[in-house]
Design a protein around this ligand. Structure first.
Ligand code: SF4
Ligand code: SF4
Ligand code: FES
Length: 328
């Protein structure tokens, strides 16, 4: 039950006008907030009652159009979906509202999302199928086949995952979680005929699925809970299943990880580095290796222990493997 009790809260709001400001600043606004009020209500109250110049995007107010995404105290937030009371529970009563990416601000919460949309087309975000334009009956998809899409079609392109992703921040070429989830959506569609082509597009080292650092920020940021990192992992599996994996440090890391678990039941960190990066890289990592050795995190190869449950672990790996690695 949502409390109807109203309370005055002070909000710090990011302000910047690309047309006139050299630097951004923050304005403080006191707003009366009810228990059911969402962040968009706060922005509306500021705009309608205190400062008509405040700019932000919104359209549907029902979590459908994806336009109202902002950050509150650094947390990716769909403004029309998240209650202020939930944020107060997490952060306390001092809330700061900012655009998704301050470096791309045009006016207040409105950002230039061109870097997000430019990548949209890079994954063929449409069904490629030879469809009869005047079919005599419906082209039905079985429920079990529809489930393979795993809710990836719920994406509203809000960009919350993209603008929370550290890999995108570090590498502007990385396609990012939203569009990789979209690539999965069409590759998982039984009617699609461009799976290999799409997989090849997202399989490039430097911009594709192997550049995800598995931090899970996108899963936390997604207002539709569609788990973009889970979809990226499924794309990894698809590349192995289709024999499209390339021999690079990322794929060797995946294969070496599995091989180590099958061999020892636990991870052999030293062997994993040697296998995925090669002997010259091992030399580069010697200072870290010595520090890890001193702390007992790695051991000499001949001292590598085996889990006493190794047989059971091997069976679990076999059951859990959706793709058969050609492996080591
Ligand atoms: S898990 Fe991967 S895609 Fe998701 S935010 Fe982290 S680096 Fe980005
Ligand atoms: S995957 Fe989720 S967070 Fe990312 S754009 Fe789609 S709906 Fe938004
Ligand atoms: S206004 Fe459409 S998703 Fe928030």
């Amino acid at each position: 039950m949502v409390s109807e009790k109203k309370k005055k809260l002070l909000f710090n709001v990011f302000r910047f006008n690309q047309g006139s400001d050299y630097l951004p600043h923050y304005d403080k606004f006191e707003v009366e907030v009810g228990g059911a009020d969402v962040v968009l209500d706060v922005l509306n109250k500021i705009k309608w009652e205190q400062d008509g110049s405040l700019s932000y995007r919104r359209s549907c107010r029902h979590g459908i159009c994806g336009s109202c995404a902002v950050k509150v105290n650094g947390k990716a937030t769909l403004a029309c979906k998240v209650r202020v009371s939930e944020l107060v529970d997490i952060f306390g009563e001092e809330l700061t509202i900012e655009p998704q990416d301050k470096s791309r601000a045009i006016k207040d919460m409105v950002i230039d999302k061109s870097n997000f949309w430019e990548k949209y087309n890079s994954v063929q975000p449409y069904l490629v199928a030879d469809i009869d334009e005047a079919p005599k009956k419906e082209n039905l998809v079985k429920p079990e086949d529809a489930e393979k899409i795993d809710e990836a079609d719920y994406c509203i392109q809000c960009g919350n995952c993209y603008y929370s992703c550290p890999a995108v921040e570090a590498n502007p070429d990385y396609i990012g979680p939203a569009h990789l989830a979209l690539a999965y959506r069409f590759n998982a569609d039984v009617r699609d005929g461009a799976k290999k082509e799409r997989l090849t597009d997202v399989n490039r080292l430097g911009s594709g699925i192997w550049d995800c650092v598995k931090c899970y920020e996108c899963a936390v940021a997604c207002p539709k809970e569609l788990d973009p990192i889970g979809k990226i992992t499924k794309l990894h599996q698809m590349t192995f299943a289709e024999n499209l994996e390339e021999n690079n440090v990322a794929t060797r890391h995946a294969v070496g990880f599995k091989w180590s678990i099958v061999k020892h039941g636990i991870l052999d960190e030293g062997e994993l580095v040697k296998y995925s990066e090669g002997i010259p890289a091992v030399m580069k990592h010697i200072p870290e290796a010595i520090a890890m050795f001193k702390k007992g995190k790695i051991v000499m190869p001949w001292n590598m222990p085996k889990s006493k449950n190794l047989d059971e672990i091997k069976k679990l790996v076999e059951i859990a493997s959706t793709a058969k690695f050609k492996g080591k």
